[in-house]
Every structure is written in structure tokens, then in C-alpha cells.
Design a protein around this ligand. Sequence first.
Ligand SMILES: [Zn+2]
Length: 574
Amino acid sequence: MCATDRPRPRPLLVVADAGARLVRRGLVAPGDAVRWEGARVVVFRLGPVVCELPAACVDAPSRAPYLPRDSQPARAHPVVHPGVRRCGPRMTLALHNTLTRRVEPFQPLAPPRVTLYTCGPTVWNYAHLGNFRTFLFEDLLRRYLEASGYDVFHIMNLTDVDDRTIKAARAAGTTLRQHTEPFVRAFFEDRDYLRLRPAHAHPRATESVAAMITLVRRLLDSGVAYQGDDGSVYFAIDRFPGYGRLSRLDRREIKVGARVASDEYAKDDPRDFALWKKAGPDDEAVGAAWDAPFGRGRPGWHLECSAMSLREIGTRFGVQTLDIHAGGVDLIFPHHEDEIAQSEAATGRPFARWWLHGEFLNVRGTKMSKRFGNFLAARDLREQGVDAAAVRLLFWQTHYRKPLDFTDAALAAAGEGVKRLGEFRARLSGEAGEGGTLKASLTVEGKREGRLAELAAEFEAAFRAALDDDLNAPQACAALFQLVHAGNRALDAGAGGARAALAALDRAMAVLDVLPTPRAPEPDMARWIEAQVAARERARKSKDFKEADRIRAALRARGVELEDTPTGTKWRVV
Ligand SMILES: [Zn+2]
């Protein structure tokens, strides 16, 4: 059989009908996609493969349309099917918990669901690259949880009212809303540029004030909060015995009754902090004041995150404990310490099971800040034409709990790495698409053959072991480039198994997402490519596969990668 005639995998079906037999057996859940591949059935959960089953074990699911994520019913616990790899999350992930200062096996409250809250940007200005280092580590966390079979619900707030936003709006002579709106849009543009998966919920502080007022009332009612003689409402830290647990404050440092009104204050000066600040002239001038039973005012920054996270998980899942709360190390004190105090004093339950914190980004050896003149915004890189994949790879090459130095040389090296990956994928794709089936085949047991398949299996084991170990991305990247190195040599030697290697690479890319951004070619070049693709299609139709392969090779030589899909051939420049 000619390579180009190989049977294609049966089309993807997405399970929507809860009555489908697959679902009843607990093998797949609504929203999962199922594809028949010879003797196997491969199950995907919102992208990544979550399990593989012998085809004989399952019946065809219904062809009902895709069920939107938000309307999916709660999932049952995963069922272990005899003789096959377990469906659902793999329980081998361990994460460093700031609460215990230890790496602990990760166990969410109600698997496979994971509730993840990450402190979002304060939209008083553009988010800088240091902020994005934190957001990227959180993206890696989320993507790896999803790739491991967890059903993650990710909440990232937008802080659009706090001391800094009010000060900036006042200085600009505008309202809070007018000042913050462009920075909200800019944040989403930067997020998309850096390929961060959008959160499932992006609550805004100014749209969540009712939940904040309710939380302050609960804290006043329970006696841990009090109204100061300045009209603001404060949290009394000496009335919450667990205060200081996350940041390991020495309890003797706590000064009973001493208060602090500002959102940010020094670590060595723990004081009663403001939950609700009485409105002043600046607040009124920018439209940052709301009526409340305890006086007109505005929320403190720490209160905002507690109120928004508790509301989201309470209304959606009926729980008061997050599985994971993450942020930068600079948020441990006072922000996260205060979040714990407010939330736990109100609910009587643990606020978050895991606390994860990412380290700083240094630029030229110093923590990035405007003061040191080494401030870099994500959009600066975009405007300089830097491929986001290079930024991502550069960040993955340092563990999230270690400081990272951002230099032009390191960025250029990461860019080279990204290019190598793109070239390797193009080679694999070429082999798997046209000549691959001659060298790699599926046996009746579904076992993949060929040196490349062996390398892919070794790579996936190493990749998972690295990320299971507290998201050791540097080690996962080392395994990836080992695959590129050994895989290129195997390809040079004409080895088989390209399809398996390509699939493994794509699964890893669903987590790291570091393939080069496709470049748009010049119009003349695009016309030439289109003509070549059409000529190849004609050759294939007339069964002139030698000519079709020649055209493909000519395109590849110019960096054009082809992908044959049921709706036609797609191309991209790599
Ligand atoms: Zn926060």
C-alpha cells in the first residue's frame, strides 16, 4: 500500500449524551472526545489524551453536539477498567506547599475537579514581565493538571480598585473605570501573546463589591473585625489564632491594636489591616466609593481576593476551600496571610489546601522595577518581534521556585531552541504524514514499533516524572531536547515510529507550548505555496505519489509544513 493511501483514524466524536454507554461505564465523561485508532480507542479530555482502551471494550458514543464546559454535570470518580491504563487523573503529582514548606503528593478535595485561584493583575498600568513570570508558572501548573486528567476550574481576578489604581486615576484626572479599562484590554492582549490559557472566570473587584460587603458583615458579626475611630473597618489579627501561619511570622512581633490602612505594608510590621476603607475625597473623585451598612467606602485589596474566590467556588461547586491558591512570593505577606485570616475567620474552614508561590524575575541581576531602570513590559517584547515561544521556553528552563535572570543572550538561546523544536516537528510530521506508515505500524495489540516510538516512550516517562516532581520544567525541557537530538539521529538513519513520536511531542506541547509562532509569508510566497499545494493535490488525485512527495519535500526545504486534514491540506511556515 502506498504511504499516501493509508487509512486515516476514524473522525473524532465528542461525548455529550450522559446516557451513552461509554459514560455509564465511567470510561469517559461528557465533553470528552473519543477517537478510534485501529485496535485502540483514545480518549481526550479537552485536548490531552487521558486514557487508551481496547476498542473491543467500548461501544460507539452518540453523535450529540459538544456540551459547553460550564454546563457539564459534576463528574463521577474515575473508574479503573480491568486490564487498561486507568482513566482520570494520575495521582503521581507532588507540589511544594508554602503552608508546610514541603513537596507533598497532590490530592484535591473532589477529584478530578481542581479549583485554582491565581491573583490577577492590578490594572493601574501595564503588567510587567515579572508579573508574567508568575502567570506563566500558573499556566504551566494548570496545563499540567489538565494533561494529567484533572478538570481544572481556574479563577483569576482583576484588581481594578485599590490604592494604586485610585492614585493613578486621580493623577490622570479621570475615573477609575476610564483609567483601568485600557489596561484590562492590554492585559488580555499580553496574555494571548504569551499563550496563557484564559481563566474560566475573570471576576473584577469593582463588580464584586456586594460579595465584599457581605464578607465584612460576617467578620464584624463574628467579632474578629471592628470599626476604627477613623471610620474604616479593620481585622483584629490577635483574634485569629492562626495568623502568621503561612508567612511564619513570629507571634511576638504582633502589636495588639496597631493598625495599617494601606494595602501594602512591611513584613516585619504585622498590624490590624483594613477590610473596608472609609471613602475619602480622592475615592469619591474617581468613582471608587460604595454605600455599605458600616459606612460609605471601598474594599481593601486583601478582602477582594477572599470575597471573589469564595463567591466563585461557593456558587459553582458549593465548597469554601480552594484546592490551589497561587501567586508570586511577594504576595505571601501580607496579601495571602490576610486572605487566609479573612476567609477562615468567616467560613471556619481551610481557605486553600495548597499554596504555590513563584519566584522573582531578575533583569540584569536585579529584581525588575521602574526604580532600577530595568522595567520590561510583555508588550515591549511583542513590539520587538520576540516569539512568545522563546519567552516561554526561557522561563521553563528555570524552576519556578528559583529566581530567573532575564538577559538578551538567554532569550536568543531560547529562540534557537524553539527553532530546533519547530524543525524537528516538521521532520516528524513529514515522516508521519507521507512515508511514516511504511516504517511505523500498529500491531494487533496496539503496540507501536520503531526506534522513534521507543524514544518517544522514554521521553514521555521522563517528561512526566520531571513535571510530577513539583513542576520541574527545566528537567522536562532537558528530556525534550534529548528527544530532539536522538530523534533527529534516528530520522537520519531512516528509523520508524514517527507517528508515535509526533503524538508524544504534541502531547508535551499541550503543556509547554513552545513551538515557533507561525510566520505570515510575503504575498508572493503565499501565492507560490498555494500553487504548490494545489499541484500536489492534483498529483495525489492522479495517484502520482512520487510527484506529490517531491512537491512536499520542496515546500519543506523552504520551511513550509503541510498537514492533511479531512477538510483539505493546511500549511504553515515554521
Ligand atoms: Zn489576591
